[in-house]
Unconditional design. Structure first.
Length: 294
């Protein structure tokens, strides 16, 4: 991270040092104090400048709704509620939420994408790089979380892999197309050289991970892919598959506005770490940090 002194930052922004100190006193500019000196991260100054751009009326970007679209997660849902950010959530799957974000319909999207040929690859960053119209967007870390098979108590069918689920004709609860867990399922099938028609898929698809757990508890399904926290909350067993990234994508101009700043500040605090430990299956070490910026 490149840090600027007060004099360097003032020169970079073409401001007098006195004006820069006024901005610091008002809490209006990104900065940090180390051993009595104010320092200014150059990357954050660039984002601050971008967020302050004035646009002609006919070209001004549309204000997105104060909604976080995309994937559902129990820890993230709790964080939205406890952070007092004022943001609502629209959990309809990673790809659907990402599409809404790109279209400007939501202020941010929660995503955990998986590539068909490599489930462990960082598909979230790959998706950002693949979109030329996201040059002003950033990816914020929320958590690493453990995904796996949610199964009945005692794992009656002995399911350890997707091949086991297919061979034992396990009734598998699935998620809607484009949901992160469904992308992971397709990647596992691809790796095992199996087709979706070789699974006993239950319908209709389950909207969220907790719905997967409910289908298993109700006896309508034998297994499904969800997080460890979902299995634990439902009193079910869990067979781990991998750890994945659950990230937030947002525009730079929105990153500095109060709703997302409140959310990110809360994500960096001790309350989130305590809740994550309580739920289980989360690593929030870098929560709130910038994972990718064009």
């Amino acid at each position: 991270m490149e840090l600027m002194t007060t004099a360097e930052a003032a020169a970079y922004l073409r401001l007098k040092e006195r004006k820069l100190y006024e901005l610091v006193a008002d809490g209006a500019i990104p900065c940090t104090k180390v051993t009595g000196r104010w320092l200014f991260p150059k990357a954050e100054l660039d984002r601050w400048l971008s967020s302050s751009l004035a646009w002609p009326d006919e070209t001004a970007p549309r204000e997105a709704m104060p909604i976080v679209g995309g994937s559902h997660d129990p820890l993230f849902e709790w964080t939205l509620r406890e952070s007092d950010s004022g943001l609502a959530t629209l959990p309809e799957g990673s790809e659907a939420g990402f599409a809404r974000f790109v279209a400007g319909e939501v202020v941010a999207a929660a995503i955990h994408l998986h590539a068909l040929d490599d489930a462990e690859a960082d598909a979230n960053i790959a998706a950002m790089r693949a979109r030329p119209n996201l040059s002003d967007a950033i990816l914020i870390a929320f958590a690493r979380r453990e995904q796996g098979f949610v199964v009945g108590v005692g794992n009656p069918l002995g399911i350890a892999t997707i091949a086991d689920a297919a061979a034992r004709r396990a009734r598998i609860a699935v998620r809607p197309a484009g949901a992160g867990a469904q992308l992971l399922l397709l990647a596992l099938l691809h790796r095992a050289r199996l087709g979706p028609d070789q699974l006993e898929r239950q319908s209709p698809p389950c909207p969220t991970g907790p719905d997967i757990a409910q289908a298993i508890r109700a006896g309508r399904a034998d297994c499904g892919i969800a997080t460890r926290s979902v299995a634990t909350a439902a009193g079910l067993d869990f067979v781990p598959i991998l750890w994945e990234r659950f990230d937030l994508v947002m525009r730079q101009r929105d990153y500095f506005r109060p709703p997302l700043q409140k959310l990110i500040a809360f994500a960096r605090g001790p309350a989130l770490a305590a809740r994550a430990a309580e739920l289980g299956g989360y690593d929030v070490t870098d929560s709130g940090s910038v994972r990718f910026a064009p």
